[in-house]
Design a binder for this molecule. Structure first.
Ligand code: SF4
Ligand code: SF4
Length: 357
């Protein structure tokens, strides 16, 4: 099914295909003509990261740390209840007809939620495509069958373990569009280069999506990639000329690096940080944030007291948008990059003199 939404506040159209995940956004329209100017934001989020998990079933065992990944949600130390099914249903009710996709997440694997199947079904009943990322540690064939029935895509975090490979195979066998999510940091970029150069990610996957390491939660500052790291040039060259049998993707947090290293990629098809512009995060205890990496909740709005629309229109969300609107005014790539991450300037892969963030 194709969704077509006209944003009457900011005057642009979006199209979303819930079978393929294809998403198209026009420029700002005037007299039904595309002006070629991209809208800065939407009047309601198009994608919401819904943190249904309040705690991690595998946190105590230190699954992330053993895999060399610092959980940004501090799943090893923080225990909180998962999102209640009725709270999730209320989010769905407010989003129906406006939001295309939910990225289910939070502090743990969404497939471990006690109402996992009902949550997926609720999304589809309201024409919202659910996607999620899992470590794969507890994934069963029953979960994989639910994913095949309801999900757009499922990502398995690259934890370099037998359960990683087993989960990928289980999902592929069930016919699920399966991606790998790979956290890219100083400690993992060598392996990424080696696997891309020698094509050693598992066969049959749809894409490898690289997520830039951030110093949040248990993610360390030492592991943040330096913009001058010479390995980045090799990494972006591989992305710029992908000859692999699967797609390569990046989170929007990596866009400054793309802007500075890639000449071949179509920048018009990429978007920089979408936090509070086209996406947001809702935690298991119903606090809405521009981005899940705002773990200090500097920009949080409680959905116990406010609707999603009110949170989206709040002064907190506007304060988050302010640097994206104003950063790096003299940079020729300003419109594409907007200065990068408003939360953690130290992750921005840019050394240009025009940078103001
Ligand atoms: S706020 Fe930072 S971490 Fe969050 S999506 Fe934007 S760039 Fe990424
Ligand atoms: S100067 Fe600013 S807008 Fe330009 S590429 Fe660097 S971070 Fe992005």
């Amino acid at each position: 099914m194709r969704h077509r939404i006209y944003d009457s506040k900011y005057h642009f159209l979006t199209f979303f295909d819930d079978q393929t995940g294809a998403y198209l956004r026009t420029g700002i329209l005037e007299d039904r003509k595309d002006t070629g100017v991209d809208p800065f934001m939407a009047s309601f989020p198009h994608l919401i990261d819904v943190g249904i998990m309040g705690h991690c079933a595998h946190g105590k065992s230190g699954l992330c740390a053993k895999a060399g990944i610092g959980c940004y949600q501090s799943g090893r130390t923080v225990e909180a209840p998962n999102m209640a099914l009725e709270d999730f249903a209320e989010i769905v009710r407010q989003c129906a007809g406006k939001v295309n996709q939910f990225a289910l997440g939070g502090r743990g694997d969404p497939d471990m939620h006690e109402h996992f199947g009902e949550i997926l079904a609720l999304c589809r009943e309201h024409h919202i495509v659910p996607n999620f990322t899992t470590s794969g540690f507890g994934l069963t064939e029953e979960h994989a069958a639910l994913c095949a029935r309801y999900c757009g895509a499922v990502a398995v975090s690259w934890y370099r373990s037998s359960y990683t490979l087993d989960a990928i195979q289980m999902l592929l066998a069930a016919g699920v569009r399966t991606n790998i999510h790979y956290v890219l940091g100083r400690n993992s970029i060598d392996e990424a280069l080696d696997r891309l150069e020698h094509n050693t990610f598992p066969a049959g996957i749809n894409a490898v999506v690289f997520l830039l390491h951030k110093p949040v939660g248990q993610g360390s500052r030492e592991n943040v990639l330096d913009p001058d790291d010479p390995r980045l040039a090799r990494f972006f060259a591989l992305l710029d000329h992908n000859t692999l049998p699967y797609k390569l993707g990046l989170d929007s947090c990596t866009i400054p690096g793309v802007v500075n290293h890639c000449a071949n990629l179509e920048l018009a098809a990429l978007d920089t940080c979408e936090g509070a512009r086209f996406s947001c995060y809702i935690s298991a205890d119903l606090v809405m944030l521009p981005c899940s990496f705002d773990q200090e909740r500097r920009y949080g709005v409680s959905l116990r007291d406010h609707s999603i629309q009110e949170a989206w229109d709040s002064p907190q969300f506007d304060a988050f948008r302010a640097p994206l609107r104003a950063a790096c005014p003299t940079c020729p790539q300003r419109e594409v990059c907007m200065g990068g991450c408003p939360l953690k300037p130290e992750i921005v892969l840019c050394r240009r003199s025009q940078r103001t963030t």
